[in-house]
Each structure stands twice: as structure tokens, then as C-alpha cells.
Design a protein around this ligand. Structure first.
Ligand code: FES
Length: 124
């Protein structure tokens, strides 16, 4: 196991995943931001499943947790760019996508990969 990069108290398994929340911490339709290493990751729970994205807007780096989640549409508070919170795909504009992180649920904990998924890889 390498040196943990997450804040103290985080459990850092040796596979690059960081425990960010208890499995029952978010309600369906909620989102929350967590520090994962040096980056902020946005965790979204929809239809009982978790998705994780880089926590900053691809437009001008405003924290996405300050935005709104309406159904599966995540909207940045700053200039109202919106994204599909299931896939990270851009809704408006369509060309701007969120950077996804892999998520696992294990032993009652939600774990997020510190390393983003490649842009071409499917969300699950
Ligand atoms: S910073 Fe998010 S829409 Fe401009």
C-alpha cells in the first residue's frame, strides 16, 4: 500500500479507490462533494446507483456541488451549463462532458477511484 493521498481518516485501499461515504449517506437524487486525493469528486446517487465525476465544471471550474440536480440533469450554478448526471454527457452545450470516476460499493462504503476513467470508457 502506497502513501495515502486522501485527507486523514479516509480509508485508502491499495487499488486506488478511496472510501468517501457510507452507502446510506446519500438519498436518491442527492449529490455531495468529497476530497479524493488532491481533487474534488462529485458523488451522485440516482436510481439507487452511484456515479462520480470530477467536482469542477469544465467551463470555468466552479464547484458543481453548488449547482442543482433536477432528476438526472445536473446544472452548474455559474452559467447554467447542464449535464446528464447518469453519464456525464453534456446536455447544454452537448460538447462539454464531465470527467467520470469509477465507483464501487463494498462493505457498506462507497469507494471512488482517484484516477478518472478514460473519456471513451463506458460509465459502468
Ligand atoms: S463555470 Fe459552470 S457553467 Fe460556467
Amino acid at each position: 500500500m502506497g502513501a495515502p493521498e486522501a485527507s486523514s481518516g479516509d480509508h485508502v485501499p491499495d487499488d486506488g479507490f478511496v472510501a468517501v461515504a457510507a452507502d446510506d449517506e446519500l438519498w436518491d437524487g442527492e449529490m455531495e462533494a468529497y476530497d479524493v486525493g488532491a481533487a474534488e469528486v462529485l458523488l451522485v446517487k440516482l436510481d439507487g446507483e452511484y456515479r462520480a465525476f470530477d467536482g469542477i465544471c469544465p467551463h470555468q471550474s466552479v464547484s458543481l456541488v453548488e449547482g442543482t440536480l433536477d432528476g438526472a440533469t445536473l446544472t452548474c450554478r455559474a452559467h447554467e451549463w447542464s449535464f446528464d448526471a447518469r453519464s456525464g454527457a453534456g446536455v447544454n452545450p452537448r460538447t462539454a462532458c464531465l470527467v467520470r470516476h469509477a465507483v464501487r460499493v463494498r462493505d457498506g462504503q462507497v469507494l471512488v477511484s482517484r484516477t478518472p476513467l478514460p473519456a471513451t470508457e463506458p460509465a459502468h
